[in-house]
Design a protein around this ligand. Structure first.
Ligand code: F6R
Length: 588
């Protein structure tokens, strides 16, 4: 988590840093800070709050200097305070550092440094890096050498950027298990945790690998390995459409991204037939198949599991990436792992991929971010092509994942279940027409504190996704569960007025689900029906358009995304940046 951008330029750097920092704010937004070098000193401005607050209160874009760094934080070690915000500087103000990741042995390092007289002003793990750098720099007076030495004792994950007061034209960056990318402009160079941070300035990027160190100066950039030997790197041309991250006329990115789905779902259907065939062949020939992902992406993996199981009669596990250790012993060289991710940077996921690789598994990725660690480390990739997703809650990436999962299942079975992209886009547009009705439901239910989402069979994944969206955006307790499980405990929680969202399709266990809804209603529950068929048990009814079975989950989840969005706005929450969360979970 945490967003990083730093740059060396021929012009004042601060305005560019602020613009870039806003674009990576999805990675964390509890505090922010900027440092530049000007007139022989490192100037530092930081505080709790969002980048916009820092700009308004401390006019950071007016800071002078052609070299600088900026950071937006998602707290791991140490509370949300000004002192814990990045950048961190060394005792004598010679070195400033920004960091994304976790230094696991920071306590041990901190004690060692404190004994040598270093004074710590924050509770963060990051600050040890500033003091280690000060020690190392004191010996060599060389930025690159000092950084190579300072990162040696670090155990954990890091993407870090360092600035040295006495080398005002130099930035040094290093990475281990957290993304760090060089942006190569005509008159400026950047180091950032996501290409989005510099895409409006340049579309040329160099992706650092683990344990690589980059030195940026006004003359250019060089990349080194940990022994200090130069490494030749490839410059990658990025897709310019990545720079299209405006809200247009929408109140929030989340609402815009929900509304983009007719187009993004259709775009997900455009895949190279050879790539799909390669996925299908690998899955068919595998000794075992494991699907893995986190959060919403995991719900998409559950839907693929259901299709592979029911339609292709392939037994496979869907495993939460953070729980992969429990399954690692089943993985061998005949295993195929299908990994779902929007960002391609989720730490649990990359750890699962590493574990799978160690055991010889083949890794196939379904991912949105083309340049991500996951995309680069996989044997095969299918891209979601849904464009940047700025809202912290997954919306369009989830429906694209479900669609790509459908294409994979169809390729395995040798049957097209989804049909024509234009028709699917029209069905998604039709599902979005529920917006007005959903808004009314949200207005009516916004005071309720516990919601249940029930469904049967594969739709359980849709229920879980609906509950997750509501928790994230509205901050209300929500549980997604199989309708069949109600009688085994949860029914005890139902009282007069408890809202229960019932997802039922006329072609899939409708009457059983409706019976469960009636049992709930008899105990006072207020039923919100998400279905293609109306029923008297529904107090509120949201009609799901007619579509092929494999497309229906996409259409069912759209009203649930809208419900979470409107509940959030009713409750005056910011749906784009829910409290305590960050979009890309790069720590384990
Ligand atoms: C939920 C959400 C998260 C992500 C999860 C995985 O709305 O956004 O639960 O789905 O953190 O992230 P990716 O897909 O980037 O691996």
């Amino acid at each position: 988590m945490c967003g990083i951008i730093a740059g060396v330029s021929a012009e004042e750097i601060a305005p560019t840093l602020i613009e870039g920092l806003k674009r990576v704010e999805y990675r964390g937004y509890d505090s922010a800070g900027v440092a530049t070098i000007h007139d022989g000193v490192i100037e530092l401005r930081k505080d709790v709050g969002r980048v916009g607050d820092l700009e308004r209160l401390q006019k950071v874009s007016e800071m002078q200097g052609e070299v600088g760094m900026a950071h937006t934080r998602w707290a791991t070690h140490g509370g949300v305070t000004k002192e814990n915000a990045h950048p961190h500087v060394s005792c004598h103000g010679e070195v400033a550092v920004i960091h994304n990741g976790i230094i696991e042995n920071y306590l041990e390092l901190k004690q060692r440094l404190a004994k040598k007289g270093h004074v710590f002003t924050s509770e963060t793990d990051t600050e040890v890096i500033a003091h280690l750098l000060e020690e190392a720099y004191g010996q060599s007076k060389d930025p690159l050498e000092a950084t190579l030495k300072a990162i040696k004792p670090l155990v954990g994950q890091y993407a870090l950027v360092v600035m040295f007061r006495d080398h005002p034209g130099t930035l040094v960056g290093a990475r281990n298990d957290a993304p760090l990318i060089i942006g190569v402009g005509k008159k400026e160079l950047f180091l950032a945790s996501d290409v989005l941070a510099f895409i409006s300035r340049t579309d040329l990027a160099v992706f650092l690998e683990n344990k690589e160190v980059a030195e940026l100066t006004h003359r250019g950039y060089k990349v080194f390995n940990t022994r200090g030997a130069e490494v030749k790197k490839k410059v990658i041309q990025l897709a310019w459409e990545l720079s299209d991250v405006s809200k247009l006329d929408y109140a929030h990115y989340t609402l815009k991204e929900i509304h983009e789905q007719p187009e993004t779902v259709a775009r997900a259907m455009v895949q190279r037939p050879e790539s799909l065939a390669a996925f299908a062949e690998a899955i068919r020939d595998a000794g075992s198949v494991i699907l893995t992902a986190s959060g919403s992406s995991y719900h998409a993996a559950l839907l693929l599991r259901s299709r592979l199981s029911k339609d292709a009669k392939i037994r496979c596990d869907a495993v939460l990436a953070g729980e992969f250790d429990e399954h690692e012993h089943f993985v061998d060289k005949d295993t195929v792992m299908v990994v779902f991710s929007q960002s391609g940077e989720t730490a649990d996921l990359l750890n699962a991929v590493k574990a799978g690789r160690r055991s010889g598994a083949k890794v196939l990725a379904v991912v949105n971010a083309a340049g991500s660690s996951l995309a680069r480390e996989s044997d095969g990739v299918l891209l979601l092509n849904c464009g940047p997703e700025v809202g912290v809650a997954a919306t369009k990436s989830f429906t694209s994942q479900v669609m790509v999962g459908n294409l994979i299942a169809d390729a395995v079975v040798g049957r097209d279940t989804v049909g024509d992209a234009r028709k699917v886009a029209a069905q998604v547009s039709q599902a979005l027409e529920s917006e007005k009705a959903i808004r009314k439901v949200a207005e009516e239910l916004s005071g309720r504190t516990d919601f249940y989402f029930i469904a049967r069979g594969s739709r359980y994944a849709v229920a879980q996704e609906g509950a997750l969206k509501l928790k994230e955006l509205a901050y209300v307790h929500a549980e997604g569960m199989p309708a069949s499980e109600l009688k085994h405990g949860t029914l005890a929680l139902i009282e007069k007025g408890t809202p229960v969202v019932v997802i039922a399709h006329s072609r899939d266990g409708f009457s059983n689900t409706i019976s469960n809804a009636m049992e709930l209603q008899a105990r006072g529950a207020e039923i919100i029906g998400i279905s293609d068929k109306e029923d008297p048990v529904f107090k509120h009814f949201i009609r799901v358009p007619q579509a092929a079975d494999s497309v229906v989950p996409i259409l069912e989840v759209i009203p649930l995304q809208l419900l979470a969005y409107f509940m959030a706005t009713e409750l005056k929450n910011d749906p784009d940046y829910p409290r305590n969360l960050a979009k890309s979970v790069t720590v384990r």
